[in-house]
Design a protein around this ligand. Sequence first.
Ligand code: SF4
Length: 978
Amino acid sequence: MSTRLDELAARVSAARADAAARGETFYPGPSRIHLAAFPPKQRWDDWVELESTDWPRRTERHYMLVPTTCFNCESACGLLAYVDRETWQVRKFEGNPEHPGSRGRNCAKGPATINQVTDPDRILQPLKRAGARGSGRWEPVGWDAALDDIAGRIRAAIVDGRANEVMYHVGRPGEDGFTERVLASWGVDGHNSHTNVCSSGARAGYHFWTGIDRPSPDHAGAEVILLISSHLEAGHYFNPHAQRIMDAKQAGAKLIVMDTRLSNTATHADFWLSPYPGSEPAILLAIAAHLVRTGRYDREFVRRWWNWAEYLAAERPEAPRTFEAFEAAFGELYASYTFAFAAAESGVPERTIAQVAETVAAAGTRLSTHTWRSAAAGNLGGWQVARTLFLLNALLGAVATPGGTYPNAWNKFVPRPIHTPPHPPSWNELTWPLEYPLALNELSFLLPHFLKEGRGTLDVYFTRVYNPVWTNPDGLSWMEVLTDERLVGLHVALTPTWSETAFLADYVLPMGLGPERHDLHSYEQYDGQWVAFRQPVLRAARERAGAQVTDTRQVNPGQVWEENEFWIELSWRIDPDGSLGIRRYHESRAHPGQKLTVDEYYGWIFEHSVPGLPAAAAAQGLTPLAYMRRYGSFEIRAGVGAVHEEPVPESELDDAATDGFGRVYTRAPAPASPNVVPMGTPEPDAAGRRPVGVVVDGVVRRGFPTPSGRLEFYSRTLAAWGWREEAVPGYQRSHVHPTALDADQMVLISTFRLPTQIHTRGGNAKWLDELAHTNPLWLHPTDAARIGVGTGDLVRVETEIGAFVVKAWVTEGIRPGVVACSHHMGRWKLREQGQQGQRQVMATVDLTRRDDQWRMTRLAGVAPYASGDPDTARIWWTDVGVHQNLTFPVHPDPISGQHCWHQAVRVRPAEPGDTYGDIAVDTGKAHAVYRSWLEQTRDAARHSPDGTRRPYWLMRPLKPSRDAYRLAEEPAHDAARP
Ligand code: SF4
C-alpha cells in the first residue's frame, strides 16, 4: 500500500520530469525531499527553508531546530525553535512532532512566542525602585547588588525566627516542584499560588473522590465526551485535549457541552446545554439518578470500588451492611433529582436533559468527562460541579478505562530531584488560615485582607509570573497593601514583562520567557506518561555547535536570567558558609562544595529518575541530558491502565492489618519510586503501619490514595471536619441563584478566556493582540431590548463594590438574564509610568483615591509607536477592553477556598458623564464583603476532630512537617458537630 511519503516522492519525480520536459532546472525544494508536515528529527541540525522576505528569489536559510516547551498556558506543548545558523537568532517557533502530548500541533499562542522574544517593550535589565512605590521611577541595578540585598533580608528573617515573613507567590508555575524544593531548603512555609482564583474548586471535587486533584480524560477513545468548560478554544490542556476531542468526533463520538455561553466548543457540540449559572450539579445529579433508577450503571464497579459500606455505617447504621441496602439508600438520596427539578433549576428543557441522560447512559465505560475552572470556579459550592460530574464516571465504571476518565496521577510523571529537603517546620496562617482547613490551595486572594487585619506582615514578597492587581478580584485592595511598606517590606517582581503588579515592586528582575529558561513538565493528556524539557534554546543551540555555556545570561537577551540559576545563586547567598543547612541542597553531588549547575540538576534527574530514558539515549550514543536537549520530550509509557486494580505483591504486605472496611496497612517500607507526582497521603493506622492497598473481593489491590483506599462517594473527611451535609455529591444553590438576586439583578460570568490571549503574559504578543483586544459585554437580545441598548452602546455594570463601563455586544449566544465578559482584557498603566509598560495592549489611565473610594479614568487607548519593530507603527486598534476584576469583591468558598467569580450585577445604560473604561470601587465595601463570606466558614479551631489544622492526607503544594499541623490549642468544642 502506498504511503503518504511514497505519494509525495512520486509527485516530486513527476515535477522533476515536467521541469526536464520544459528544459528547466528542477528545484527540489529547500527540504530536498518533499514538503513534509514536520521536519524529520534526523535533519534538525541543518534544516533548510527559503527566506520568505527574498521571494521571488530563492535564498536558502539554514536552521538548527531546537526543542523547548511553550509557556503560554499550562498545556506545555512542544515547540521547535528555528535558530538561524548564520545569525544565531531564533526566527520562528513551530510545533515539535516528537512531543507525545501535543504531537507537533499548537494553538496560535505557541508560534506567537516569537513576538514575546522580540517584544520591544520587554524588560532586559534588573531595575530598582528610585522613588515611592508605584511612582514609575526606576534605576538599573546589577544582579549582584540585588541578590545580596534580597538574600540578606531573607537570611535575617530566617535567623530571627520570622521565616513566615518570606513569601513566594506564583501565577503560572510552568514547572513541577523546583521552587517548592527551594522554599523547603530555606525551611520556609512560604509558597503561595494563584490556584484559588483558578482551579481549586474543580480540584477539591476530584480530590474528595479519588485522593487526586485532576482528571485525565481519554477523549480520543471516548464514545461520549461531556465537558463543562470551553476546551476546544481555551479550556484546560486545550490544544492537546482539543486535538483528541476532534479525533473522537471524527470517529463518531458524541460531544455534550454545558456552558451558559455559546463558546467555540459549544458550537461543535451535539448537545449544547446553556444552564443557569450554578445549576450544573442539579443536571448532573438528575442524570445520575436516572442511571440508577433505570439500572443503567455498572453495578459491579460500584460494589467493588465505592466506599458504600463506610457510608452505610456512618449515615445508615440501622440498614443492613449490604450493597442492595446502599442501592436503596442512593435511590432515596437522589429521588428529588428528577429531570423536572433539573429543568426548573437550570432552565434547560426537561426533554433535552432526558436525551443527554440517555446519551450518557449509552456511553458505558467510554464516557470521558472534564471540568476545570468554569462553573467550578464561578459558584458558591462550585467544587460539587466536579464531584457530581465524576459521579457519572464512577457510576458507569468509566474510571481508568479506554475512553473513560483516569485520575491524573497515573498519567503524569514528576521525577525525583537530585536533593530533597525536609518539610518546612512552620505553618503560615497568611496562606493557610484556620478558617479554611479543607481548602485545596492557599487562600492567596485574601492576602490583602489578612494583612489589613493585622494577621501578619511580609518582609520579602516575591511575585513570579503573577499579577494579582490585575488578575485577582479586588485589585485595588492589593494596591493598597502593596504600596504600604509597613505591610510589605520588600516586593521583588520576577517577570519578563511589565505588569500592573510589577509597577508596585522594589525590584523588577527580568526572567526568561519560555525559550530562555529550564523547566520540567508532565501533564495528563492521554493514558500515558511523558516528561518534557523546557530549555533556553540559544544555549542548547550553542552547545550543540560545540560552545560552552555556563550561565544562561551568556545567551539570553540583555541581562535576562533564568529562575533556576537565580534560585541556586540566591540560596548560596542566604547561606554562604552553609551554617544554616540551606546551601547543601544547592551543592553539586559530583563536586561537593561547589555550586549545583542546571546541567547537573537535570542530568541527574534524566539519568536516575526517568525510567527508560538512559537506555533510549544510549541507543543513540547520547547522554540522557543530551537526548532531552536534542528532542525535548520522552514518553515513559503509554497505556498505563487501571492502576487501582493492580494486586499488591506479597512482599509489600509485611505484618499487614486490615480495618473494618478493607483498608490494608503494612510495615513493609514503600518501594522507592522515581515518580513523585503529588496526590493524597492517607494516614497510617494506629500501630504506625502505612496504607498499602484495599481488599476487593478477597484480593489486596492498589486502590486510590484516599483514606478508605476506595472512590469516596462518602467523605469521612468532610463529615469529620464539620461538613457532614456535604459529605456526598450534592447540589448547593449558588450565591447567584435566582432566589439570591434582587429583581433587577443579573448574573455576570467573567471566567471565560479569549482563545488567543494569555492572561498577563500575552500582553505584547502582537499577532495575538491584533486577533483579540477587547472584551464587550455579552447581552441577550431580550435583555438588550429591556435595558434599551444595542451593540456598541456603553453600559454601566454595577457590582457589590463598584461599577465599570463597557460596550454591549448583543448576541443570542448567552442565555437571557445572564451577561458575560472575558477576563483577558483591560490592561492598564498609570499616567505616571509614561512609556513603561506593554504599549500594544495597555491603556493609559488616571487613578485617584479618596479614603476607600477609588476612581479610574481612561486617558488613552493604545496607539502606533516607533520601536525596533516596524509593526508597532502599524497598530490599528485603540481599544484594549475593560478591567472588570477591579470591581469584584472576594467570594471565598468556605470549603474549597475557591474564589466564586460569578457576580450579581445591575446592568444599565451608561449615565451622562460615563466614559468607556471608567471604574469606581469602594475598598471599604470590599472588606465588608470579605468579612461576610468569612462568616460562612467552619474553622479548624472549633471543628478539627484531632487537634490538627488540616487533614494531613489532603494535598498541599508545599507540605510542612507533621508537627506544624498541630493546633496551638485544642479545638474549642466537639468537632464532629456541624
Ligand atoms: S495550547 Fe497553545 S498556549 Fe498552550 S502550551 Fe499549547 S501551544 Fe502553548
